[in-house]
Design a protein around this ligand. Structure first.
Ligand SMILES: C[S@@+](CC[C@H](N)C(=O)[O-])C[C@H]1O[C@@H](n2cnc3c(N)ncnc32)[C@H](O)[C@@H]1O
Length: 203
């Protein structure tokens, strides 16, 4: 199956939410990866701890369908929602329903001229604040220095909601503590790229 490389998040086609919301069982913890692509990370998490829900949020519809077919075929508790995350995260997920959010290697849009297409911005932080429970983890990783700085600034500006586990304005130096790797993370590690990480706790 041919999958598009990039989707422009500013396109009119994403203005309305048309995704299928996950069926979340009460009391079952929920982990969410925003921009999950092939959801390698979520499938690995699901294999480690199948008692949780693993929800991907992804703007490329063809990938959404592909991953959901794989989840159904394997019985993994993974469900991906077709969604422009900055606009519709709060439509995809109920308020205060999420225990952990991952943003792994957020965008292909790291050039300065594409700054307005970047995924981590005030709108996304506000959406994450709304869908997470108090005490939830928010974990971000990227191999692009500019994106790492942008993400740091975005979450530090909301220090009323997000407490930096590494200390204010600091990157997380404890590696990836969650025991699963996304495709981009695996690739960055295998090719020796630096990875900047952030870990916040929802106040
Ligand atoms: C560079 S890929 C990383 C995929 C995966 N997280 C990994 O680490 O391997 C970024 C993903 O985010 C998706 N994406 C970009 N902007 C988005 C947005 N506004 N809403 C939802 N998904 C988005 C892209 O389609 C792409 O699949």
């Amino acid at each position: 199956m041919r999958v598009r490389m990039h989707a422009n998040p500013l396109a009119l086609a994403y203005e309305a939410f048309r995704g299928e919301r996950p069926a979340l069982e009460p009391g079952r913890p929920v982990e969410v990866e925003i921009g999950c692509a092939d959801a390698q990370f979520l499938f690995e998490r699901a294999a480690q701890d199948p008692a949780r829900h693993y929800v991907g949020v992804e703007i490329r519809r063809d990938l959404v369908d592909l991953v959901n077919r794989r989840a159904r075929a394997t019985g993994a508790p993974v469900h991906v929602v077709f969604c422009q995350a900055q606009l519709h995260l709060t439509e995809a997920l109920p308020p205060a329903s999420v225990d952990r959010v991952y943003v792994n290697f957020p965008d292909p849009w790291f050039k300065r001229r594409h700054h307005d297409r970047r995924m981590i911005d005030e709108a996304l932080a506000a959406g994450i604040a709304e869908v997470t429970r108090p005490g939830a983890d928010v974990f971000v990783q990227t191999d692009v220095w500019d994106l790492a700085l942008d993400a740091l600034e975005t979450f530090e500006r909301r220090d009323d909601v997000f407490a930096n586990a590494a200390g204010a304005w600091s990157f997380w130096r404890g590696g990836n503590p969650f025991g699963a790797r996304s495709w981009r993370e695996q690739n960055a590690e295998e090719t020796g790229l630096p990875i900047w990480r952030l870990l916040y706790r929802r106040a």
